[in-house]
Design a protein around this ligand. Structure first.
Ligand code: DLZ
Length: 205
């Protein structure tokens, strides 16, 4: 019988242009093998959608519990940099880099470094142990990240796996231990979601 499922994310309705976007990734370091694969998947899809390498900022924190705070700080830092940079838009240095940008088609690095984030992907891997730790952290992080995006107005992609076993986590990062069932890398979906949210949904308001 054919392997068939109704689950999962279909392709986006259109190919979004990520070339002008600045995307942050904040990832936990716990369960590092899975994290690395998820981050790589997210970055690959961001680039495939046109997001430039210099506009992808990757930061790490120890564990998933730290993700909401760190995500909020990253977003706030981007907004502060962008506010500071605004008056200098008319400075000679900025004017020259803008001219250069138009001439070469390459965004000036200063411009990239001072822009606010169009979306942030928060990535963590929680694996259930023998205590209630997993339940408490999962719930706190889920609510925390939702709060961050609604409070800041910057989309936050929920890239947190809440797996009951090591294998569940591996399969959801596309690195399952069974060669017949390596699974799908959910990091790729998160990269696509970030571009869709930043390029389309953010324009709705
Ligand atoms: C303490 C802990 C445990 C037991 N498990 C995980 C996990 O599976 N995934 C994860 O990302 N982090 C875990 N942590 C660490 C907490 O998220 C956090 O870093 C510490 O409690 C310090 O705040």
């Amino acid at each position: 019988m054919a392997d068939h499922t109704i689950k999962g994310l279909p392709a986006p309705p259109t190919k979004y242009d990520g070339s002008a976007l600045r995307i942050g990734i904040v990832h936990a370091r716990w369960n590092d093998v899975v994290i690395k694969s998820l981050v790589a998947g997210a970055v690959a899809k961001l680039k495939e959608q046109g997001v430039k390498e210099e506009n992808i900022v990757i930061k790490s924190v120890p564990g998933s519990y730290e993700l909401p705070f760190a995500t909020q700080k990253l977003i706030a830092g981007g907004k502060a940099q962008s506010a500071k940079a605004e008056p200098s838009l008319i400075s000679t240095t900025n004017l020259l880099s803008l001219v250069d940008e138009v001439r070469t088609g390459t965004p000036a690095p200063e411009a990239a470094a001072t822009r606010e984030f169009d979306a942030v992907i928060a990535i963590g891997v929680l694996i259930k142990g023998s205590t209630m730790h997993f339940e408490y952290i999962s719930e706190a992080v889920t609510h925390g990240l939702m709060r961050v995006q609604l409070d800041t107005g910057t989309p936050v992609v929920f890239g947190v796996l809440t797996a009951l076993t090591d294998e569940q986590a591996l399969v959801r990062a596309g690195i399952g231990s069974n060669p017949q069932e390596k699974g799908h890398n959910h990091g790729e979906d998160w990269g696509l979601a970030a571009v869709e949210l930043a390029a389309a949904v953010s324009e709705w308001g």
